[in-house]
Design a protein around this ligand. Structure first.
Ligand code: IPM
Ligand code: MN
Length: 370
């Protein structure tokens, strides 16, 4: 029987994006060989350079083109010569919205050998997942301004949520919590009493129900209703400000966190730094019914461009996540384990220029240790 073939659209993007994506592709190819499937890559040059050259941010039919692929592999968007907002809104957010990638999944995991800036916390303590709603909130762009430049200038940017957006996000989060843990392997933060009650996992809603009363009242009701279908998932609630505090003080309390788009953006940067930073943090923009896009969550780090010093692990892990979502779970896990081997035994640091290896050497190391 012929191998399964996956078509991947590659968007290396700006700055160091192409360098880290090249290493990711190297590792993906090695994994495909080892686990007997085929990958076909098509590269698109959408990003800051192309915009400066042509004045065009993204082709009009970009989403239609991307719908022909099994997945999208993205480097980084952001160029120092382009005004903030143009590329972010014109490419990244346009694709997330256009392809209705309504979940932004960001696993937070302290890899072995990596030192957390949180004193005394080890790999045991930092291993949770943030489910960031990715289609609503202030990101919809609903709002406007008037009387600009006068003393009466007024600006409004609305936090928007529909019940449909809330329900589909919660459905994903509950399913994930249910799958992440089982009776045999319950979430380590549960008390004996919780386990007696049949709980195996925990889902924490991160919100701000004491101020944003309309929006979070809707989320609260939706969670309460849906939780009846998931007797094994213990639900909890934490305000976003308190979530930040507990993520630093007691990260071992978290299993799956579900949150709104803006809060999710903010808390995942904090979460990323607690687990070693942008060099190792990957995320997936998921449309479980459509085409998903996988990316390192850091930026384009333009000052390191072309120096072969940036850490490609985040991009490599984004590739692993992509394989997992394509159904090649074993291959995805093997890449994750190879990265863990490197963090434990090889890399001196996760920071650019301090790893003890170049960008390409780290890619080689991971590929060799699959
Ligand atoms: C992220 C980024 C984006 C976001 C920006 C670049 C639009 O910060 O992926 O977290 O806010 O979602
Ligand atoms: Mn962000």
């Amino acid at each position: 029987m012929a191998n399964k073939t996956y078509k991947i659209a590659v968007l290396p993007g700006d700055g160091t994006g192409p360098e880290v994506i090249a290493e990711g592709v190297k590792v993906l190819k090695a994994a495909a060989k080892k686990f007997n499937f085929d990958l076909e890559f098509d590269t698109y040059d959408w990003g800051g350079e192309r915009y400066l050259r042509t004045g065009n941010v993204l082709p009009d039919d970009a989403c239609d083109i991307l719908r022909n692929y099994h997945a999208i592999y993205l480097g980084a968007i952001g160029h120092p010569q382009v005004k903030p907002g143009i590329l972010e809104k014109g490419i990244l957010l346009k694709l997330r919205f256009g392809l209705d990638q309504y979940i932004n999944l960001r696993p937070i995991k302290l890899f072995p050998g990596v030192e957390s800036p949180l004193a005394g916390k080890t790999a045991e303590d930092i291993d949770y997942v943030v489910v960031r709603e990715n289609s609503g909130d202030v990101y919809t762009g609903l709002g406007g301004s008037a009387m600009t430049g006068t003393a009466d200038e007024v600006c409004v940017q609305n936090m928007v949520y529909t019940r449909h957006q809330v329900d589909r996000c919660l459905r994903f989060a509950f399913e994930l919590a249910k799958k992440r843990h089982s009776k045999e392997n319950p979430w380590r933060g549960l008390s004996e009493e919780d386990k007696q009650k049949g709980y195996t996992a925990q889902l924490t809603m991160c919100g701000k129900s004491n101020v944003l009363t309309y929006v979070f009242d809707m989320w609260d009701r939706a969670i309460a209703e849906m939780s009846k279908e998931y007797p094994m998932v213990k639900t909890a609630y934490c305000h976003v400000d308190a979530t930040c505090m507990w993520m630093v003080k007691s990260p071992e309390w978290f299993d799956v966190i579900v949150t709104t788009n803006m809060f999710g953006d903010i808390i995942t940067d904090l979460a990323a730094i607690t687990s070693g930073g942008m060099g190792i943090s990957a995320g997936g923009n998921l449309n479980p019914e459509g085409v998903s896009m996988f990316e390192p969550i850091g930026g384009s780090a333009p000052k390191y461009t072309g120096k072969n010093v940036i850490n490609p692990c985040a991009a490599i892990l984004a590739g692993a996540m992509m394989l997992e979502y394509l159904g090649e779970k074993e291959a995805g896990k093997a890449i994750e384990n190879a990265v863990a081997f490197c963090t434990e035994h090889k890399l001196k640091s996760l920071s650019a220029g301090k790893m003890g290896y170049s960008t390409t050497e780290v890619g080689d190391l991971v590929a060799e240790n699959l």
